[in-house]
Design a binder for this molecule. Structure first.
Ligand code: FES
Length: 130
């Protein structure tokens, strides 16, 4: 059992392992400026992202993630990528930016970065509707 856990952790970059050990900005904001709640229907991983803005700048972001280790790490690193930046700026982020921030994702886990971007886009769309 311990052997299989060691093997699966070795699939991931040190950055992913560090985010798993110490996930950033976990939680859900009350009265957010935008809320994105997305689920990958194939694997059922889920990310709920809430953001608060002040004059188009994202001042706070909280995230809840359920699913595989790269999804947890992608959600965590996403908050670091967006806090302190303008909505227009973060709207240009892609899954490649999330992958780069995590250093590496195995090919079969690249869609976890896409799920984080889907959560971001959903939160942005929600904030623009409010
Ligand atoms: Fe599907 Fe992580 S395994 S999003």
């Amino acid at each position: 059992m311990a052997h299989s856990i060691t093997l699966s952790i070795q699939m991931y970059s040190q950055t992913i392992v560090e985010h798993l050990a110490n996930p950033r900005n976990v939680g859900e904001l009350q009265n957010p400026s935008g809320r994105g709640d997305v689920t990958n229907e194939a694997c059922m991983d889920r990310i709920l992202l809430t953001i608060k803005m002040d004059a188009e700048i994202i001042t706070t972001a909280k995230v809840k993630a359920e699913g595989c280790p790269p999804t947890i790490a992608a959600a965590s690193v996403l908050t670091e990528l967006i806090i302190g930046r303008s909505l227009d700026d973060v709207a240009r982020l892609t899954r490649h930016d999330v992958e780069a921030a995590l250093e590496h994702l195995p090919a079969m886990k690249k869609h976890c970065a896409a799920l984080a971007i889907d959560a971001l886009q959903s939160a942005i769309d929600d904030s623009r509707r409010r």
